[in-house]
Ligand binder design. Structure first.
Ligand code: FA5
Length: 339
């Protein structure tokens, strides 16, 4: 029997087959048990002989079993490793990578520019109080100029900000002017009840700029914006200031840049006049300074506000503002890997 068992063990070629052999020989209904049961029928002097035979069977069985078990485990491990082998020489699958949106690229380029000029970048709330969005910007209730920015109201005192200018007031209130001048930009989303068309969106982004210190003049605004225009649209750019009106600046100006070739068809935006309007600004109105507790006798400031979409559209010859929000990859992928 021991020989049969050892032969069966060696013939087993998997863990499962090996377990079957064990059951076949040493299980409850196994062959060995039949011999053990025969014990009671034997004469006393024959019993030790059978006992010895059984225990030598066990010894032989266990030895062969363990040896075969080790071999099978090794073989199964090798088979598993072989089936899971990774061929490092095969070409990988290309993972699609995202990229920064053109508006993000444009905003970050402008932030970098102003950071280099020593400005802080300051965030403000998109859900804003009427107080900051309008009142502190010298636009009291019922002021007709409120119509310039058609507003989404949440309730009488709370609204979606229509421009980034309220961050001016919030920042001036916090700033300690005895410690030095205030130079900040504030980028972010703004909202207006404008009908969407090629150049207008009900949600767009602005960057506010504000400098308040002693002896700030319109010349500082002009120099700063010339630098911005040249850094953004090319060193040959010139700017010009035209009189305009904002309730929070006095005097107020619209800033134009000289035309530039953007390449491609349809890029003749300003052929007739040679100038194209890019942003609004002016000297901070003394009332705006006073309302934020800034001494308007001692300090003066300039401010400006620009539309990020408009800058990106001009710079990259994008003909419809809605492209920015439709998430069409054919549009977005043209600007992969930019700034
Ligand atoms: C303002 O919002 C002023 N707060 C800017 C300012 C700041 C002036 C500080 C003086 C001092 P205006 O409404 O013109 O100004 O908007 C500024 C820019 O936002 C525009 O030049 C334009 O580029 C952009 N813009 C305005 N409305 C829309 C719109 N519906 N969709 C896309 N861009 C818009």
């Amino acid at each position: 029997l021991a020989d049969d068992a050892v032969a069966a063990i060696q013939a087993a070629d998997s863990s499962k087959a090996l377990q079957d052999v064990r059951v076949q020989f040493t299980g409850k209904k196994g062959l060995l048990n039949q011999y053990s049961k025969a014990m009671k029928d034997l004469a006393n002097e024959e019993k030790p002989q059978l006992g010895q035979a059984i225990s030598s069977f066990h010894a032989a069985f266990n030895e062969a079993f363990e040896a075969r078990q080790g071999e099978i485990a090794q073989a199964e491990l090798e088979a598993q490793l072989a089936s899971e082998v990774i061929d490092v020489t095969r070409p990988g699958r290309q993972a699609a990578s995202g990229s920064r949106h053109l508006l993000t690229q444009t905003r970050e380029a402008l932030e970098d520019l102003f950071l280099k000029m020593g400005y802080q970048v300051i965030d403000g709330p998109e859900v804003e109080l009427d107080h900051y969005n309008f009142e502190m910007m010298n636009l009291p209730k019922n002021h007709p100029a409120r119509d310039m920015q058609d507003t989404f109201y949440i309730d009488e005192e709370v609204l979606l900000r229509t421009h980034t200018s309220p961050v001016q007031a919030r920042t001036m209130e916090q700033h300690d002017f005895t410690k030095g001048p205030l130079k900040m930009i504030s980028p972010g989303k703004v909202f207006r009840r404008d009908s969407d068309d090629a150049t207008h969106s009900h949600q767009f982004q602005q960057i506010e700029g504000l400098v308040v210190a002693e002896n700030i003049s319109l010349a500082d605004l002009k120099g700063t914006l010339l630098l911005f225009a040249q850094a953004t649209f090319g060193q040959e750019r010139q700017i010009r200031l035209r009189p305009s009106y904002f309730p929070f600046t006095e005097p107020s100006v619209e800033i134009d840049i000289s035309c530039f070739k953007c390449g491609g068809d349809g890029c003749n935006i300003c052929k007739q006049t040679g100038w194209i309007e890019i942003l609004g600004g002016g000297m901070v109105h003394p009332r705006v300074l006073e309302m934020a507790d800034v001494d308007s006798e001692k300090y003066s400031g300039f401010a400006f506000g620009l539309g990020i979409e408009r800058i990106a559209m001009l710079k990259h010859n994008v003909d419809d503002i809605r492209h920015f929000y439709q998430n069409d990859l054919r549009f977005l992928e043209q600007f992969k890997g930019g700034h």
